[in-house]
Design a protein around this ligand. Structure first.
Ligand code: NAD
Length: 270
């Protein structure tokens, strides 16, 4: 039986890429059950496949989330941080698993999402790509190897001009990985940009720099800078399909898993 997918945020950049990749069969064993967007979305009523630039799916975009989730095995959420937890709560009531790609959640919002994982399996991943999830591992390993050896850590990310949150959820994920490797508390050592007489850089610091412009899909570089040399670990996404295929792999994996909070490392076996 194919896994029935409800796409939440169906008319957005990622929603369209995910629907198109699903209909193209980029990941086997999935079928589009329903497609949801906001009640103010101009695409309401349109065929989700055609709106995504794919063949007709026979699934109209609706604003009725409760109805859309009914009968779905998995919901994929790429919307906005203020509403993603609400969506997951509604899915929990229907025992529908959730893949959350939405970024920018506050600590409280992430805490509320963790409560949902008592009832259903939830995958939370700021970045769904295989390459980036490998980079999370490499950055943690590099930080652990360079700990106490005089390397400063700076993270630079570039995204398109329409991205709403900064720094990106992925940059924060890289920061968490570096902090884990260094055995630092990220909340204590994180700074966001610099301005004015910022003073000398302390040793225990991870700085984030967010570039916005044009149509960058997502570039991230972690710089380990010492006196005499630097090491840079980078990832560049050239198409949203990379994240879309990852989200679909997550949807195929999560069905039937016990309730818990999972990451893409679980899905990809990293
Ligand atoms: P977008 O603004 O193009 O799309 C978001 C869509 O969600 C819009 O169509 C909007 O109308 C819809 N939406 C908002 N509130 C809703 C609600 N309450 N109910 C239903 N639909 C609602 O944004 P995007 O570029 O597609 O990105 C969406 C999110 O995914 C962002 O948080 C972004 O950072 C994140 N993202 C994650 C990854 C990843 O790999 N995890 C990759 C790219 C983007």
């Amino acid at each position: 039986m194919p896994v029935k997918v409800c796409m939440i945020g169906a008319a957005g950049r990622m929603g369209k890429a995910i629907i198109r990749c699903l209909l193209e069969g980029r990941v086997e064993g999935l079928t589009l059950h329903s497609a949801v967007d906001m009640d103010t979305c101009p695409a309401l009523g349109a065929d989700a496949g055609l709106h995504a630039g794919a063949p007709e799916a026979g699934v109209p975009i609706t604003a009725d989330l409760e109805k859309a989730v009914t009968g779905a095995d998995v919901a994929i959420d790429f919307t906005f941080h203020t509403v993603a937890v609400e969506h997951a709560l509604l899915c929990a009531k229907q025992s529908t698993a959730v893949v959350v790609g939405t970024t920018g959640m506050t600590g409280d919002e992430e805490g509320n999402l963790e409560n949902v994982t008592k009832a259903i399996p939830v995958i939370l991943a700021p970045n769904m790509s295989l390459g980036m999830n490998l980079l999370f591992c490499l950055v943690e390993e590099a930080a652990a190897a360079l700990k106490g050896k005089g390397y400063d850590i700076e993270i630079v990310e570039r995204h398109h001009r329409r991205k709403k949150d900064a720094p990106s959820g992925t940059a924060l994920g890289l920061g968490k990985a570096a902090a884990r490797g260094m055995q630092w508390d990220l909340n204590r050592v994180a700074v966001h940009g610099r301005e004015g007489i910022a003073g000398e850089r302390p040793v225990e610091q991870i700085a984030f720099h967010a570039v916005r412009g044009g149509d960058f899909v997502g570039d991230h570089t972690v710089i380990f800078a010492a006196e005499g040399e630097s090491v840079e670990l980078s990832h560049r996404a050239t198409t949203r399909d990379t994240f879309a295929v990852g989200a679909l792999q997550a949807a195929a994996w999560v069905k039937g898993q016990p309730p818990a909070l999972y990451t893409m490392k679980d899905v990809l076996g990293l």
